[in-house]
Design a protein around this ligand. Structure first.
Ligand SMILES: [Zn+2]
Length: 381
């Protein structure tokens, strides 16, 4: 659209255009709704993705968007900004604009770019009520010769966690896929991982309601690196297991193949012995044995190739979480011995972490009385 044409628009239309910003559903303003062929989620997806990538999206005339591209996309698409046109009935596009329906070339360009980097979502884990059960640490740590005092839960605060969602695919052998999710804590430490598409046992709502400052892109990149290392280690372990499983099946097939060709070679040699005693052409017959061996090699290589494992891991999603946690204190008592233990409670699950052994500091599933104090079973004599 030319600047002149824009100037002729009425103030009402401009306001309507302004309301149709990124993230808003299309067709809610006063300007005509786009035809039903354009899925309403598409515009929202494009807007959210562009903003997550760091682009500035401004509504322009006729429901278009004027997008100031982020550095990465400037390099990728070799332009500073782009005008996105969503209206499929527009007869002519403004110079350099992209028609942005899902199947259009600009739509494909956006989808391709968004598939390369994982989809980013922001979620708040809902607090479990009560934050922790009355028994507190007694639910996770057994004691002998001691008794737990009452659990005292501190105020709930929200810490930033990030979950990374990936799919591991095994090609070769018997193709197979597994969903994985890894949850990372505020300093990049691995908190938990599951072979599941989502973090289990947590209820959530969209958006980061309890977080004030934005996550720096550098920090996100660092977490991504840490997580890749976790996933690679998991994939290594999984590959070894798969290798053992597939190895058994492959070896079984190789054995059957071996039995078949060994039998053929024996027959051939038996025939050869009979013919040699008759003084026939020995060299040609030995040639037959050679071709059987070659055929055996070829078939065996083919079997090995078919069972060879190739794996691929793709991170498809990343969720930033505001996660409710609280400190908890609880005393362990036995006569005059009173030891105060601390734990961090996962308030989303109402679950305390294992308490640390007061003697060695490792998380303890069982604590006992030892030398007038408390220790884990490894420290206790
Ligand atoms: Zn200990």
């Amino acid at each position: 659209m030319s600047p002149g044409a824009r100037a002729t628009k009425s103030a009402a239309t401009r306001r309507a255009d302004a309301r149709r910003g990124p993230g808003s559903k299309s067709g809610t303003g006063m300007s005509p709704a786009p035809p039903p062929s354009l899925p309403p989620e598409w515009r929202e997806f494009v807007g959210r993705w562009l903003e997550a990538e760091g682009c500035t999206v401004k509504p322009a005339a006729r429901g278009d968007w004027e997008v100031d591209l982020a550095a990465g996309l400037r390099r990728r698409w070799r332009r500073q900004r782009v005008r996105l046109v969503f209206d499929p009935l527009r007869a002519t596009l403004p110079r350099g604009a992209w028609f942005t329906a899902p199947g259009s070339s600009a739509g494909r360009r956006i989808l391709e770019a968004s598939m390369e980097e994982p989809v980013l979502t922001r979620r708040t884990a809902l607090a479990h009520v009560p934050g922790v059960s009355e028994e507190g640490l007694a639910t996770v740590c057994k004691v002998r010769g001691l008794s737990w005092g009452p659990a005292r839960l501190g105020p709930v605060r929200y810490e930033r966690r990030v979950s990374f969602h990936a799919v591991a695919t095994r090609w070769g052998g018997l193709p197979w896929q597994e969903p994985w999710v890894v949850l990372i804590g505020p300093t990049g430490e691995l908190l938990e991982w599951h072979s599941a598409p989502e973090v289990p046992d947590v209820r959530s709502r969209d958006g980061l309601y309890q977080m004030e400052e934005e996550l720096e892109p550098e920090q996100r990149a660092r977490w991504m690196e840490v997580t890749r290392a976790h996933f690679e280690r998991l994939l290594d372990e999984r590959e070894q297991e798969w290798e053992r499983q597939m190895g058994r099946l492959r070896d079984g097939e190789l054995e059957r193949l071996g039995a078949f060709f060994t039998a053929r070679l024996e027959e051939e040699q038996e025939r050869l012995r009979r013919r040699t005693s008759n003084g026939d052409e020995v060299e040609l017959e030995q040639g037959d044995s050679t071709s059987i061996k070659l055929e055996w090699d070829r078939r065996a290589a083919e079997v090995r190739g078919r069972w060879a494992i190739r794996t691929e891991m793709r991170v498809w999603g990343l969720s930033e979480w505001a996660w409710p946690v609280a400190d908890m204190e609880q005393e362990l008592r036995s006569g005059a011995v009173h030891v105060r233990l601390k734990s961090l409670v996962d308030v989303a699950r109402g679950r305390p972490d294992l308490p640390k052994c007061p003697s060695c500091g490792t998380p303890a599933e069982m604590l006992v009385r030892a030398h007038g104090t408390v220790a884990c079973v490894r420290c206790a004599p």
